[in-house]
Design a binder for this molecule. Structure first.
Ligand SMILES: *Cc1c(COP(=O)(O)O)cnc(C)c1O
Length: 428
């Protein structure tokens, strides 16, 4: 399998190169030059397969022998060693809970798979890799956890001051060792812009061998396809589900589109957005207009310039089926109301991101007759207890893996949202 640059299709690299480079030249993204197809017979057998078998089947055609099968299996089993239950919320509506990993948000899978691949590829190399990553909330924690203690990889995380939740901030700032947290006076888009500038700065490039752990890295992006197959393994009906994906940088959605193109039986994919809805606008009027990010209760989706947008466009390009992708957006008030109402009616607790997914699925059903589907539960509700607790009127049990952070020491560096400030910190 080769990966081409979306800005320059003649430029092709191997899986290894794409993982190590992260971003293609000119701030472009890598994209697989073929989409492997899954046979109907294999899909039929999904229910009897283990999640490790499923993950191997999905990812191996993208890697071929660049990682030997036994090493790949080790990486996979470390990546997915927790549960991915598909839980019934109400009649015909299910939640695929992706928050049972170490940082209680779905990004654990992508970050751990990337960590496995990078550690494999960097073995025996003399220059350390430095992951420089901007986070709107959960990426940073997942990356910190996945790379903590790695001998070959250092991590530098940029996050927007005051725009991540209490637990999210602890997840960024309590690891220490090879993990450095930088708190930026600005928005997530500011952080992302600083990271992009650092990547193309020749002075820093001399000092660091940079990599991005954002979902632009194909190892993170491609492995997110697993979720969709794990859900289908548990799907109780014959009819293909509609699938609603709480979306920000669109990595998860683009992975769902890839899974769908590979032949998985997903009916409509639904981009569930908060007020940061450039994709919804694009789907409605065919124009991509970047916006300044608006802060919402689903902060990990507060993205005005989604980094995976070009991949979504590429995946849409060859698609004649107008039902394959749709999108809806919701305000913070609607999101909070959904958390409250669903809890009242079903006792199911959703975090604000998952709630946007729920709302989009409901809205989609209201326009169509049939329907059964699931939304992705992208974070544990207790991660957002300050928003969720008052809405459900009950104290949420905080999972032990995040509770333990409370006792750890916080370490962070503060900078204004200016490139010279970041540069000074990294060259100093
Ligand atoms: C990152 C994140 C999202 C958005 O995912 P993208 O792949 O960036 O679209 C949604 N929900 C939560 C909880 C997240 O952390």
């Amino acid at each position: 399998m080769k990966y081409f640059s979306l800005n320059d299709p003649h430029l092709k690299v191997s899986f290894r190169e794409a993982v190590i480079l992260g971003q293609a030249p000119g701030k472009s993204l890598y994209f697989p030059d073929q989409i492997p197809l899954i046979t109907a017979a294999w899909l039929e057998s999904l229910k009897s397969r283990s999640k490790e078998e499923i993950a191997l089947k999905i990812i191996q055609p993208y890697i071929e022998d660049e990682i030997p099968k036994s090493d790949l299996l080790n990486i996979i089993s470390e990546t997915i060693n927790f549960d991915f239950p598909l839980v019934k919320v109400e009649e015909n509506i299910y939640c695929l809970e992706l928050f049972h990993g170490p940082t209680c948000a779905f990004k654990d899978v992508g970050a751990r798979f990337l960590s496995g691949c990078l550690n494999y590829f960097s073995k025996g190399q003399d220059k350390k890799i430095t992951i420089l990553v901007a986070t709107s909330g959960d990426t940073g924690g997942a990356v910190a956890d996945a790379f903590y203690g790695s001998e070959n990889v250092d991590v530098i995380i940029l996050y927007p001051a005051g725009k991540v939740s209490h637990w999210q901030e602890l997840q960024l700032t309590t690891y220490g060792k090879n993990v450095r947290a930088i708190c930026v006076e600005g928005s997530f888009d500011d952080c992302q812009a600083l990271v992009k500038e650092a990547f193309s700065d020749p002075v820093l490039k001399k000092k660091y061998s940079f990599n991005s752990a954002n979902s632009i890295n194909i190892a993170r992006w491609l492995s997110q396809q697993f979720y969709y197959f794990f859900a289908l393994k548990q799907w109780p009906f014959d009819m293909a589900p509609d699938v609603s994906v709480p979306s920000g940088n669109l990595g998860n959605l683009a992975a769902g589109m890839l899974a769908k193109k590979s032949g998985s039986n997903i009916d409509t994919l639904i981009a569930a957005c908060n007020e940061n809805d450039v994709l919804v606008d694009y789907l409605e009027c065919g124009e991509y207009i970047m916006k300044k990010a608006i802060p919402t209760v689903s902060n990990a989706m507060d993205v005005g310039a989604p980094s995976n947008f070009p991949r979504v466009i590429e995946l849409l390009k060859k698609d004649k089926n107008h039902r394959s992708l749709t999108g809806y957006s919701f305000t913070s008030d609607e999101t909070k109301k959904a958390i409250h109402d669903v809890y009242q009616q079903t006792k199911y607790t959703m975090d604000p991101h998952s709630a946007v997914g729920y709302l989009a699925l409901k809205k989609h059903f209201s326009h169509h007759s049939k329907k059964a589907g699931f939304f992705l539960g992208t974070a544990h509700p207790a991660k957002f207890f300050d928003i969720v607790n008052p809405l459900v009127g009950e104290y949420l049990e905080v999972p032990t893996q995040i509770q333990s952070l409370q006792k750890k020491q916080v370490k962070k560096e503060n900078i204004p949202a200016r490139y010279d400030a970041l540069k000074e910190l990294l060259t100093g």
